[in-house]
Design a protein around this ligand. Structure first.
Ligand SMILES: Cc1cc2nc3c(=O)[nH]c(=O)nc-3n(C[C@H](O)[C@H](O)[C@H](O)COP(=O)(O)O)c2cc1C
Length: 150
């Protein structure tokens, strides 16, 4: 079986501050993602925290790479840092064409902020970027984060 590519990045959100307009943008991203990713055999999950996104994409190598090129230039975020690319025969999010999760409890918000800031720091300082990518995958897969809310 051909192995899939897993790709994880983090970025700074560039969304409207008005909560309704912000929710509309996120819904739009998810609607397009779920439709397009299903066609491309891509699965994954998007984490949205107060100021950042983190996303895991997995699927056929070329499809994931091409999609990432599109996502990276999307004006709805900036400061996109690539954290992890690896070949994997098993998917982390086999049931989600694009899962979505966002922290709601105070401790979850703090934990997500810490993991994300560590990711930006590792990227800027050429630290252990892969560990930061793995930490983001673990964050998305853990506890209440693993519930797809939209
Ligand atoms: C944080 C973020 C995550 C995104 N994730 C996906 C995705 O998983 N799949 C997808 O098709 N588009 C995703 N998009 C939207 C793409 O950037 C792009 O708008 C969409 O693929 C349509 O591309 P096109 O206008 O070139 O047709 C995402 C955008 C953002 C800001």
């Amino acid at each position: 079986m051909a192995s899939n590519l897993q790709l994880v990045y983090a970025s700074r959100r560039n969304l409207p501050t008005d909560p309704a307009a912000e929710a509309d943008e996120v819904r739009d991203i998810l609607t397009v993602s779920r439709k397009e990713n299903a066609k491309l055999d891509i699965t994954g999950a998007l984490l949205s925290s107060a100021h950042c996104f983190a996303q895991a994409l997995e699927g056929p190598v070329e499809a994931v790479e091409q999609l990432f090129h599109r996502i990276r230039v999307d004006p709805r975020h900036h400061h996109v840092v690539l954290l992890l690319t690896r070949a994997a025969s098993e998917r982390m999010f086999p049931d989600w064409s694009m899962g979505f999760t966002t922290p709601t409890e105070v401790d979850e918000i703090e934990r997500a902020a810490k993991v994300l800031e560590q990711a930006f720091l590792s990227s800027a300082e050429k630290g252990d970027i892969e560990a930061a990518g793995t930490a983001i995958c673990e964050l998305i897969q853990s506890g209440t984060f693993k519930v797809q809310i939209w």
